[in-house]
Design a protein around this ligand. Structure first.
Ligand code: FMN
Length: 162
């Protein structure tokens, strides 16, 4: 179920560590002509006004930010609505694959599916990580998201709207 570029789209974003995920969200928002909001800026019942809703954040303790999870729990049941999930992760290249990306999304995915959303796609890429002891070594994934990550995010967004 691919929708036209006239579909009304929204991105709910939390990106506080290095604004890594914000860069990805902006690349997607440009393609989707989507507004980007924080979870605190949106009434969960108003999400039904959108055809396509993206939920993105850094990976924090192996999941989306808790404020996104809490928002998802408060969304009333929907019908014929599509959602997509995206994250940036501080994990090293060797750990990056679809399975790892999706495992970080699993809590949010389960909640959204229980609300009736169809998950239209999932995206993940590396993001600069200086959390905890990593700071002492200059962090992991310095320079990410890079131009290739942003191009992949754009490509992903196009795939959602045909
Ligand atoms: C409190 C905290 C917890 C984190 N936990 C994880 C984690 O469990 N797995 C992981 O791969 N990266 C983890 N990271 C790294 C972030 O996912 C990564 O740096 C991400 O790109 C941050 O996105 P942001 O700049 O949009 O906030 C964590 C970072 C922070 C600050």
């Amino acid at each position: 179920m691919v929708q036209s570029r006239n579909a009304r789209s929204l991105i709910v974003l939390v990106s506080y560590h290095h604004r890594n995920t914000e860069k990805i969200a902006q690349a997607m928002a440009k393609v989707l002509k989507a507004e980007i909001v924080k979870p605190s800026e949106i009434d969960p019942s108003s999400l039904k006004e959108y055809d396509l809703v993206g939920f993105g954040s850094g990976v924090y303790s192996a999941q989306h930010d808790p404020s996104i999870i809490e928002l998802a729990k408060r969304i009333p049941q929907v019908q014929n609505k599509r959602a997509f999930l995206f994250t940036t992760t501080g994990a090293p290249t060797i750990a990056m694959n679809d399975e790892f990306i999706k495992s970080n999304h699993s809590k949010l995915r389960t909640i959204l599916e229980s609300k009736g959303f169809v998950i239209a796609g999932e995206f993940g890429c590396r993001g600069w990580n200086t959390n905890s002891f990593l700071k002492a070594f200059g962090g992991l994934n310095r320079g990410h998201p890079d131009q290739e990550d942003l191009a992949n995010a754009e490509k992903f967004a196009f795939s959602l709207v045909g």
